[in-house]
Design a protein around this ligand. Structure first.
Ligand code: OXD
Length: 319
């Protein structure tokens, strides 16, 4: 009898492949980034670790054995969620793996803006000794975190160390020990109006698409810095550009964009009140080990006959 298959579309260390085999000894494990390694196995895959758009052709066909996908990232906006739901395929994410790397990126951006590092680096490229006053501080400023999940909680914890006032918005409105005032979605306008740093960690769903537009930028303080490390589609790029150009807000730190890679022709590149990173805020040399912890936890449940429960996507919420 042929063994059921686990197909991992990422290259994992030999030690991590061994760990998978130890938890699921009755499965054949196929693992590698190169499509040529896994493509022919997709039709027999019962479990996938990681997702690749090329898999769509195979895994939703009649006769497909796929029961569960462990996504290697946190966001699932590029996955065909309707098809997963229709075929009864469980989907879990790697939510939580980036809490340190992304919160550190958020602080790198906030510190750069307040200490003007982004301007000094531009002058350094021209060997120019240039004071770029005025300088600010993070201490005693207000940070508003929109979408407080694992990343938001960690950002809030760090913000407290900087003695910042921490405001948060999350769907449930459930308090957090690190957030001074937590709101549900109805509190969004209040948080936008009070914050010196507006940090967006939201997933992209039909509810959050273009949540930040002209009206929302208009509510923010003129000294506010807008930071988006969630998904570019939560923000109306044209409205953001206008707000940055006309001084409605002071600056933006952007890791995610409506169109990625950000086209060379985008005017965002030449705004000196913008810091751009190439959707790498979650990247870290600790990624694989953390994603594996989540996968192995879920795999143990799955092989014991239960549904994988950690970071299970709720298709009605789209995350
Ligand atoms: C993710 C990301 O979804 O890094 O994990 O954007």
């Amino acid at each position: 009898m042929t063994m059921p298959k686990i197909v991992c579309v990422h290259s994992l260390s030999a030690e991590h492949v061994e760990q998978i085999k130890r938890v699921a000894p009755d499965y054949e494990v196929i693992c590698g980034k190169d499509k040529a390694i896994w493509q022919e196995h997709l039709k027999d895959a019962e479990i996938m670790a990681g997702w690749n758009a090329a898999a769509k052709e195979e895994v939703f066909q009649p006769g497909s054995k796929l029961r569960w996908v462990q996504n290697w990232g946190a966001g699932v906006d590029r996955l065909p969620l309707e098809a997963f739901k229709e075929h009864g395929i469980a989907l879990t994410t790697a939510s939580g793996v980036h809490a340190y790397s992304i919160s550190e990126t958020i602080f790198a951006m906030m510190l750069s803006f307040s200490r003007k590092l982004h301007l000094s680096i531009r002058h350094q490229l021209n060997r120019k000794w240039q004071d770029v006053s005025p300088y600010g501080e993070l201490h005693e400023k207000t940070i508003g975190i929109i979408g407080v999940g694992a990343i938001g909680e960690e950002t809030a914890r760090l913000a407290q160390a900087f003695r910042m006032k921490v405001l948060g918005v999350r769907r449930s409105g459930e308090p957090s020990q690190y957030v001074d005032r937590m709101y549900d979605n109805n509190g969004l306008d209040t948080v936008l109006a009070e914050s010196d740093f507006v940090v967006v960690t939201l997933p992209l769903t039909s509810e959050t698409r273009h949540l930040f537009g002209k009206r929302e930028f208009g509510l923010m303080k003129p000294n506010a810095i807008f930071i988006n490390i969630g998904r570019g589609g939560t923000t109306d790029t044209e409205a953001l550009l206008e707000a940055l150009r006309n001084g409605t807000i002071a600056g933006a730190g952007l890791d995610v964009f409506e169109q990625e890679p950000l086209p060379e022709t985008s005017p965002l590149w030449s705004q000196d009140n913008v810091i751009i990173t190439p959707h790498n805020s979650g990247s870290t040399d600790r990624y694989e080990e953390r994603a594996m912890e989540i996968f192995l936890h879920n795999l143990k449940e799955y092989t014991a006959g239960s549904a994988p429960s950690l970071n299970r996507v709720d298709f009605s919420k789209q995350y």
